[in-house]
Write a protein that binds this ligand. Structure first.
Ligand SMILES: [Zn+2]
Ligand SMILES: [Zn+2]
Length: 434
């Protein structure tokens, strides 16, 4: 869930997707300005952004404890009942000695959601009180980086999948925790979409005005400028690695160093992990002492057999199609940079943004397994245990997410621009709103 802030300064904007210099246009509230060349979202003005963000993040923080520590679900099988909370489900992987998967579930399901809400609350409170505390830009920068790693919304879909999966074999009671958790997810989504990043950043900017581009420059690089990836602040271009943004303190690169090499390495890691993730069992169901080990595909086939086509399709999409699409998409983008292919540039940019957007949803199956491990504990009658593929599958999700984070989309446009002139696409440096 990337919600990138954009470089907005009196007069001009730099597109983070393709480095195009654009004249800044004023959009009315809730209208989005998009880059005419690559289609990236540039900025979107929000009404009462500070007050709304403050109120929603505070509500989220109040819901956090009951949502995660009160009873989520209770399963009842033949008079024996078993219940869990979000917190206990996150711990279930540790109980089964899956330490790495446990840490990932704990961080993405519990720790990062709390961090993003707290950071948002602290920054919006500061802005509401009209303060410029020196730590505010650092907190907002951290919030920006952690947003896509806070996966409480994916966890909630996992809760619904678990309910449907178990509805045939157990009586299910929803607890107070479930309603608080639904509230927490909705409030967090609302808080996230209430933020007006350019407004927040401009109120935290204590530096002087940014350098102005010379007339006729097409991209920020041609104008001798570069924009911060986090807050969008424009500064004079520098080839030195480790240049810091004067506003948020984040690292700024003219182009991300070793972006291609690192992205290739992560994509290849993801491909290697894909085989054990899909061929080995991911979950073991013990029924009357007889263990039955299931791969990801077995789980999907089970839903289609049971007639739960919707849930089957969701798991198929999240666990098989999304990782496959991410890997193939990144390979296509990397190859098109290598061979300087010029066709379909805008479509490839759109595909990259889609890969960034869907990356986190592959964690769905891992959350479902964590919930089942915590809930299906009926001794000899039935238990669910995690199996080895869970570790490799988590590896695929992390490797593909990091490959998208390490990739610098501006390289796609640079490579096309270096190709023979007569084949280049014509671009127009004007902003448009939708
Ligand atoms: Zn662009
Ligand atoms: Zn910055």
């Amino acid at each position: 869930m990337q919600n990138p802030s954009r470089a907005i300064h009196a007069g001009f904007t730099v597109c983070p997707g393709c480095d195009l210099l654009l004249e800044h246009i004023r959009t009315s509230t809730d209208h989005t300005a998009v880059c005419p060349r690559c289609g990236s979202r540039l900025y979107r003005a929000r009404r009462d952004a500070v007050t709304k963000t403050l109120a929603l993040s505070l509500t989220g923080l109040l819901l956090y404890l009951p949502a995660n520590f009160m009873t989520l679900l209770t399963f009842d099988v033949l008079g024996t009942s078993s219940s869990t909370t979000i917190f206990a489900s996150s711990l279930s992987m540790f109980a089964q000695h899956q330490f790495i998967v446990g840490v990932v579930v704990m961080l993405t399901g519990l720790v990062f959601p709390l961090c993003t809400l707290s950071l948002l609350f602290a920054v919006s409170l500061g802005l509401h009180l009209d303060r410029q505390w020196p730590w505010m830009p650092v907190l907002l920068r951290w919030h920006h980086h952690l947003t896509e790693w806070a996966m409480q919304d994916v966890f909630l879909i996992g809760v619904f999948v678990t309910i449907i999966k178990m509805s045939h074999s157990a009586t299910i009671e929803s607890g107070t925790g479930l309603f608080c958790f639904i509230g927490l997810v909705l409030v967090t989504i609302a808080a996230q979409s209430a933020i007006d990043y350019p407004l927040f950043w401009s109120r935290l900017d204590r530096g002087g005005p940014p350098p102005m581009p010379p007339a006729g420059a097409g991209t920020a690089r041609e104008a001798g400028l570069m924009a911060c990836h986090t807050c969008g602040r424009v500064m004079a271009a520098s080839d030195e690695q480790g240049a810091r943004c004067p506003r948020c303190g984040g690292q700024v690169h003219l182009r991300r160093a070793d972006s291609i090499g690192r992205t290739w390495a992560l994509v290849i890691t993801a491909i290697i992990f894909t085989f054990p993730a899909n061929l080995l069992p991911i979950m073991e169901v013990e029924y009357l002492g007889v263990p039955d080990r299931n791969t990801i595909m077995d789980g999907i086939i089970y839903f289609f057999h049971e007639g739960s086509y919707g849930i089957g399709a969701i798991i198929l999409t999240a666990s098989i199609l999304v990782p496959l699409f991410k890997i193939l998409g990144m390979i296509l983008i990397l190859l098109s940079i290598h061979f300087r292919w010029q066709g379909w540039l805008r479509h490839k940019s759109l595909m990259f943004r889609f890969i960034q957007f869907i990356g986190r949803w592959s964690m769905l199956d891992i959350f479902v397994i964590a919930l089942l491990c915590a809930l299906v504990r009926f001794g000899y009658l039935s238990t669910v245990n995690v199996a080895p593929a869970a570790l490799y599958f988590t590896g695929v999700v992390l490797a593909t997410m990091f490959s998208a984070i390490n990739f610098d989309p501006r390289l796609l446009w640079d490579a096309a621009a270096q190709a023979p002139q007569e084949m280049q696409e014509t671009t127009y440096a004007t902003a448009s709103s939708s």
